[in-house]
Design a binder for this molecule. Structure first.
Ligand code: PSV
Ligand code: MN
Length: 406
């Protein structure tokens, strides 16, 4: 049961030899917060079909119950992002109370401007002012919901774009976006941040109105300091250097947060770290550098945005939260002084090896120790499998309509 202890002794010794304060690493690892998405607990699918999983929640209250399991076992998933109208309820204060009774809080509020038939030709950039108004009203409604649930983060994603040349007037559309966001920004309460997501294509295939970090950043800089950029790891063309985008936004103090997931081809929504774990590590290296340099300035929301189709929902979520934590710890154990010296002296191999040494460190025993010291299971995934929660929800959640985005 405690077989990790021997490995812990060895890795601790090795890290101490490298000058790393392991107690500090353990404390930092357990102070991380990774938000899980309500929509990751419900049924999901490809663009061809939605597949049902036994035991999935039938409403947002049950989604929070599943999220509470993830938090109970990992200790670092205290909030849940909601998506409106998928998670719409009559009384949002009741949802807030429900979350709190489970030891959770409601995280980012996500509007949905991509499913209503009115948005076929766009939402905030639709040629019809009535549709644009409807979209703005929905954004304002989401901010209001955010106030009721005590959320500090509003995360709009705009699916708007065109499929064919000539379909839309680019500059008019930019004006409509700016007008919309100006009105929306004014409605934000003082303690709420708006993080604007970008995505280079899909659902539109000719052009997308907010396709990249630069466009999002440009809009944010017109709005004010509480408008920031949201980086979804699946939203870049292949080959994009995402760690550099992260560093640049950190430098500009405009990085609002992440939607963590993994991509191989496009916006695949695979679980975080599954395809290119080294890239994820390099992203965390930039984050940790900035966090350590200026801890009081560092406010970046770590959120998952994945749609697990072929993995069991709760297991996938635990695996993902743990993956993010493992990458964070790897970034914490980088020998910073050695890296800086190698950079100064242009010792390229040494600089790279410093990062690789951290990346290849087996941090699992460190996390097992940090968790068990705090009364958590050494291995959250194993603990979930050994619990009766999955069998219970599969038994009890029969009847009713499974939650999902279809
Ligand atoms: C779009 O692909 C996206 O990343 C946005 O964050 C949405 O809100 C989310 O996926 C769920 O569809
Ligand atoms: Mn996203």
């Amino acid at each position: 049961m405690d077989e990790w202890r021997e490995a812990y002794g060895l890795v601790r010794k090795e890290l101490e030899r490298r000058g790393i304060d392991v107690d500090w690493v353990e404390r930092k690892a357990m102070s991380l917060a990774v938000e899980t998405p309500s929509w990751g607990y419900g049924d999901s699918g490809t663009r061809f079909a939605v597949f049902h999983q036994p035991g999935v929640p039938r409403n947002v209250f049950e989604k929070f119950e599943d999220a509470a399991q993830v938090h109970r076992l990992t200790g670092i998933a205290p909030s849940v992002a909601i998506h409106i109208p998928w998670d719409k309820v009559d009384d949002f204060r009741e949802l807030r109370r429900h979350a709190e009774s489970l030891g959770l809080r409601v995280g980012a509020v996500n509007p949905n401007l991509f499913q209503d038939p009115d948005y076929k030709y766009g939402s905030i950039t639709h040629s019809d002012p009535r549709v644009r108004r409807k979209a703005i009203d929905h954004l304002l409604e989401c901010i209001d919901i955010g106030k009721q649930v005590g959320s500090k983060l509003f995360t709009p994603w705009f699916a708007d774009g065109t499929d064919y040349p000539g379909q839309g007037n680019f500059r008019w559309r930019l004006r409509w976006i700016e007008e919309t966001l100006t009105e929306v920004y004014r409605a934000l309460p003082d303690d709420m941040t708006m993080a604007i997501e970008y995505k280079f294509f899909e659902p539109a295939f000719y052009h997308t109105d907010i396709p990249d970090w630069g466009t999002s950043y440009l809009l944010c800089s017109k709005l004010g300091p509480r408008a920031k950029v949201l980086v979804d790891l699946g939203h870049h063309p292949p080959g994009t250097n995402v760690p550099y985008i992260v560093a640049l936004l950190l430098w500009e103090k405009r990085l609002g947060g992440f939607h963590f997931n993994s991509r191989k081809y496009a916006d695949d929504d695979l679980t975080v770290g599954s395809i290119d774990p080294y890239e994820l590590f390099l992203i965390f290296h930039e984050l940790v550098e900035a966090e350590l340099e200026s801890p009081s300035d560092f406010q970046v929301a770590y959120m998952l945005d994945q749609s697990h189709i072929t993995k069991p929902k709760i297991e996938a979520m635990i695996q993902s939260v743990v993956t993010v934590q493992e990458m964070y710890v790897r970034a914490l154990v980088v020998e910073r002084e050695a890296l800086r010296a190698a950079q100064r002296e242009n010792r390229v191999v040494d600089a790279e090896e410093t990062l690789r040494r951290a990346f290849w460190t087996d941090v699992k025993p460190i996390l097992a120790k940090a968790r068990t010291d705090r009364g958590l299971p050494a291995d959250p995934l194993l603990a979930y499998r050994e619990s009766d929660y999955q069998a219970k929800i599969e038994r009890e959640r029969r009847g009713g309509k499974p939650a999902g985005w279809a």
